[in-house]
Design a protein around this ligand. Structure first.
Ligand SMILES: NC(=O)c1ccc[n+]([C@@H]2O[C@H](COP(=O)([O-])OP(=O)(O)OC[C@H]3O[C@@H](n4cnc5c(N)ncnc54)[C@H](OP(=O)(O)O)[C@@H]3O)[C@@H](O)[C@H]2O)c1
Length: 281
């Protein structure tokens, strides 16, 4: 297939270019070539390329900045998705799109299923939920993949932030009252490739296996990187006072994905080890 990847220079977009490029002709476009907040820009790009499939990895992903830049955030995460979805519907093209565990409020204490009710706690989550709804309402064939806590070689992420802080501080304070599923972007890209190959449509939760708190994630990062002279201390979210509220529980149930593809993503600790090796740690 000829596959257009929007946001191909982002963390996930870069790995999707590599993985989907194995089986398909991939064409990447980012903000300087397609502005998904403009219907005309989407229409022009898609009509000139003529893809069989569009993958949207473009998004406004700075969760804290979304609180003060609400309009810009909704323009990309909600209206941008609607623009792509309408062009895809008009041309009979399937759209693959990504969303987040932040669409849930975290009061559940078992992994979230695809059909659990959504109730975002922050502006980013609200904008991503509106994007989901606009995608589902547009009438195009779609694959909507919710993921979480992503890390990869080509974007700002928690692993990189912890390594950088550890190089300058003997003690790191990390929140231990939020649980989630770290997800390695090349592993997610493999899952996307499998869902596309199986012609699956609808919503799927896809993350690496296992779950942890940010505190446990940070400790594992230092342990795997062989950094022994830095202490990680658990703190509560209140102490950080970040602009965006975070839910205490965002674990996503991957059962539907595993049943559909016969595949389960490896444990996040193994994915972390692969990432650290890839970046030379
Ligand atoms: N990162 C995570 O932890 C995480 C977790 C759950 C779900 N997700 C979802 O996964 C998807 C990919 O996330 P990511 O972390 O790979 O994102 P990312 O690294 O921030 O990349 C997004 C890309 O989209 C581009 N972009 C922004 N606005 C655009 C516009 N109007 N038109 C076209 N391109 C635009 C960005 O360009 P600039 O850099 O120039 O703005 C960037 O290249 C998103 O849907 C995100 O919501 C991410």
């Amino acid at each position: 297939m000829k596959v257009l990847i929007c946001g191909h220079r982002g963390m996930l977009g870069t790995d999707l270019m590599i993985r989907l490029g194995v089986d398909h002709q991939v064409i990447g476009r980012d903000i300087d070539e397609i502005d998904i907040t403009s219907y005309d820009s989407c229409e022009e790009t898609i009509s000139s390329i003529g893809p069989d499939l569009v993958v949207n990895a473009a998004a406004f992903t700075d969760v804290d900045a979304c609180e003060s830049r609400r309009e810009a955030c909704f323009a990309v995460n909600a209206d941008g998705v609607a623009n792509l979805a309408l062009v895809c519907r008009n041309r009979g093209i399937k759209l693959v799109h990504f969303s987040t565990d932040y669409v849930f409020n975290g009061i559940k204490n078992s992994p979230y299923n695809e059909d659990d009710p959504c109730d975002p706690l922050n502006v980013y989550g609200l904008s991503k939920l509106e994007g989901e709804q606009k995608l589902q309402g547009a009438g195009c064939d779609y694959l909507l993949i919710r993921t979480a806590w992503m890390f990869g070689k080509n974007g700002k992420n928690f692993v990189q932030a912890i390594l950088s802080k550890a190089s300058a501080n003997p003690v790191l304070e990390v929140v231990d009252d939020q649980q989630g599923c770290p997800t390695f972007s090349p592993d997610l890209s493999e899952a996307v490739s499998r869902l596309i190959a199986g012609s699956h449509s609808g919503i799927f939760h896809v993350t690496n296996s296992g779950q942890c708190s940010w505190f446990e994630f940070a400790r594992q990062i230092l342990k795997t990187a062989g950094i022994r002279n830095v202490e990680v201390r658990p703190i509560s979210s209140d102490k950080l006072a970040r602009p965006a509220c975070r839910s205490s529980y965002g674990v996503l149930n991957n059962e539907k994905y595993s049943l559909a593809t016969g595949h389960t993503l490896r444990h996040w600790k193994d994915a972390l080890a692969a990432y650290l090796k890839a970046v030379g740690h």
